[in-house]
Design a protein around this ligand. Structure first.
Ligand code: IVH
Length: 670
């Protein structure tokens, strides 16, 4: 910053911005930016004011720590000020802190009381003759708000101390928190009632405590941990922090079970790592650990700087929320054809890693966040959880940004995309052609219940696609023995077997073929219904939604899927290629219901058939109106027994059912 004038302008700008965020944070309990961003703004202002001291004014946000008490609460004066803690963000800063303290005390090693740093809000509880008479928030450190009535509703805060050896006046300092489960529940209830959700447990705790109506506070899941003391009159206390905390527990106050006493800085760092590893599993939110010199005589020798003690430091975890910019929103196509929008972010260090992408899931999520290209967003990454965009910082939105809409065409193959009723996902409809879906599509096409191409397993499909021998299902039928035997782990004999299986699969049924196309929402049963109803592929391909919906069991969603699928030029091409390769099926006779000779009969197939596969037998029986079931029961009409039958044959005998041999079946089918 070169000129005085420029500094003056920037200072004014920073003060406005900081005041605005102070208001959002302290008064509305609804912060808009992350803590780290707020700290950056404040630091920039502090630096400028240090450089140009004549520009410091008494109303600058740097000249006051904390918040203005709400007018509606009475004031509480803290006779012993409520201090803040210096922060360490690296191990080196902790080592420096320890070294300075050892030098001042002229000792080799210091014992530290170590505790989690709770992410709630500080409170001072004043007990006189063992009775809770006042509770005050920290406010600016010397003047806070009187929230006694609200604090009295918190179960973990005793209204009267236990035992008898407590001082006549005892101020207990600690943190009011809302645990994670209570926070989730509260937000869920607010969501359901259309109320604004709290950003994090700390804001929820603050918002709940600063209610003018104590009944609201009482309904919120707040709790309390004590971590220190303020004013003490007429009473003897131990000479160590850790021992005082134990006393507080004896008197009925809750203390943190993770608290320890350790020797030296290295042990502090070990503790930091232990708590960090445990962080997710803790039921309440923490944002670091605190190291406090345990012996009070040493604390006194060390004293204070500005508003923080020299005998304690907060070692913070890396921030879990950071701000960054959305540079682009890309759409990825998954193996199943699902379109997923992904935000490309200006790289940002958050939760211990650099993040440059965040999934936006689907159009509903994008609408909920109203996230747009160019937006400033808050990214959150907690633990091992994948990074999420939490919200958009609307006050930083640039002019002329546009709402994001999922593309109407698949970004990979250009086919139409569709979002079906009742589905949050958008899908590509170019299944036969789309590169993103190739492998899954061809695996499905070759599978046993579809084209039943023996030997063409998942691994082989992947090899064929990766080596670019196969782009769509029709390419399978153009494969040569040389191409196949050139693949990894493929003997000549197996290559020949696959070619013959491919050849054999050309003779199929219309129902199998329809199923093999992999149309969304068209399973085996629907494929059969369609084959039976239309009798030919041409009729099905030219059917409109209305005539499809006229078929029993076919609703508007399925009808729409079918029409969209067949209207994709790319899909039409692949179907043409398949027919040209020689795929064929017997004409399906369209007959009235009563002409189905096996209608109402249930068959069970067991053992190996020699003249056809079990699947082929099943298709043939179904074409005649029969139901084919997987298990034998009293309702079974016929059990077809092949070679080496299983327990089903025995069960059939036991039940006295009609048994058909393979010959009998063939005769019946003929
Ligand atoms: S001791 C003189 N211990 O952190 C030391 N504070 O940045 C006073 N906090 O306002 C605080 N957990 O709200 C202390 N175990 C802990 C704490 C803790 C959370 C908060 C507290 C305080 C702020 C200081």
């Amino acid at each position: 910053m070169s000129s005085h004038k420029q500094a003056n302008d920037r200072i004014a700008q920073l003060r406005d911005e900081i005041n605005y965020h102070n208001y959002r944070y302290y008064i509305l309990d609804d912060p808009e930016i992350t803590d780290s961003e707020y700290d950056r703004l404040l630091r920039e202002l502090q630096d400028l004011e240090q450089q140009y001291p004549d520009l410091i004014s008494p109303d600058s946000p740097t000249q006051r720590v904390g918040a203005t008490p709400l007018e509606s609460f009475a004031e509480v004066k803290h006779r012993v000020p409520m201090l803040s803690l210096a922060n360490a963000f690296s191990e080196q800063e902790v080592l420096d802190f320890d070294r300075r303290a050892r030098e001042r005390l002229a000792v080799d090693e210091i014992e530290y009381a170590v505790e989690p740093k709770l992410d709630g809000l500080a409170i001072s509880l004043r007990y006189e003759d063992g009775v809770l008479i006042q509770a005050g928030t920290r406010g600016d450190g010397t003047t806070g708000e009187d929230v006694t009535l609200n604090v009295r509703t918190i179960d973990t805060i005793p209204l009267r101390l236990q035992g008898a050896d407590y001082p006549q006046v005892l101020e207990v300092r600690g943190e009011i928190i809302m645990d994670k489960a209570g926070f989730e529940k509260l937000n869920q209830a607010r969501r359901e009632q259309g109320e604004k959700e709290f950003v994090n447990p700390r804001n929820a705790a603050a918002g709940s405590l600063r209610q003018l109506d104590p009944r609201i506070t009482a309904s919120r899941p707040l709790s309390f941990f004590s971590y220190g003391i303020g004013e003490v009159v007429a009473g003897d206390l131990p000479d160590r922090h850790s021992a005082i905390i134990k006393k507080l527990q004896d008197w009925g106050l809750r203390i943190n079970p993770e608290s320890r006493v350790v020797s030296g800085a290295q042990a502090c760092l070990d503790y930091y790592r232990q708590i960090q590893a445990k962080r997710e599993a803790l039921s309440y939110a923490i944002d670091g650990v605190v190291y406090k010199v345990d012996r009070l005589v040493q604390q006194e020798k060390l004293g204070f700087v500005a508003r923080a003690p020299r005998w304690a430091i907060a070692h913070k975890f890396p921030a879990e929320e950071e701000m960054t910019e959305v540079e682009a929103i890309d759409v990825q196509v998954g193996r199943t054809g699902a379109l997923t929008p992904v935000a490309r972010l200006k790289p940002v260090f958050v939760g211990g890693v650099t993040v440059s992408n965040a999934t936006l899931h689907n159009q509903d999520e994008i609408n909920r966040l109203d996230v747009r290209v160019g937006d400033t967003v808050i990214v959150r990454r907690a633990g091992d959880v994948i990074p999420q965009i939490v919200r958009v910082v609307k006050s930083r939105r640039k002019d002329r940004t546009q709402k994001f809409k999922m593309p109407t065409q698949c970004p990979v193959c250009g086919s139409a995309s569709e979002r079906l009723e009742g589905d949050v996902k958008t899908f590509c409809t170019g299944g036969l052609f789309c590169e993103a879906q190739r492998k899954e599509m061809i695996k499905h096409f070759a599978s046993r219940r579809a084209m039943d191409i023996e030997g063409l397993g998942d691994k082989l499909v992947e090899q064929l696609v990766d080596s670019e021998l196969v782009h769509d299902p029709a390419d399978l039928y153009a494969l040569t023995e040389t191409q196949l035997s050139g693949l990894d782990r493929m003997a000549e004999k197996s290559a020949r077997n696959i070619l013959s299986a491919l050849d054999k699969s050309k003779n199929t049924s219309l129902a199998r073929f329809i199923y093999a196309l992999g149309i969304h929402n068209v399973g085996e049963t629907t494929a059969q219904t369609l084959a039976q109803h239309f009798g030919s592929l041409e009729c099905l391909m030219t059917a409109d939604e209305e005539s499809l919906q006229a078929i029993p069991d076919i609703g508007p969603v399925v009808a729409h899927s079918i029409v969209t699928f067949f209207s994709q030029p790319h899909n039409q091409e692949v179907i043409k290629k398949l027919l040209a390769a020689g795929l064929h099926w017997p004409d399906v006779e369209i007959r009235p219901e009563d002409a189905l000779p096996l209608k109402g009969k249930t068959f069970v197939l067991t053992g190996t058939l020699t003249s056809m596969s079990r699947n082929q037998a099943k298709t043939a029986l179904q074409a005649l109106g029969a139901k084919v079931s997987g298990s034998v029961s009293k309702k079974t009409d016929y059990v077809v027994v092949g070679e080496n039958p299983g327990s089903k044959a025995a069960k059939a005998k036991q039940l006295g059912l009609d048994i058909l041999t393979e010959d009998g079946l063939v005769q019946l089918l003929e």
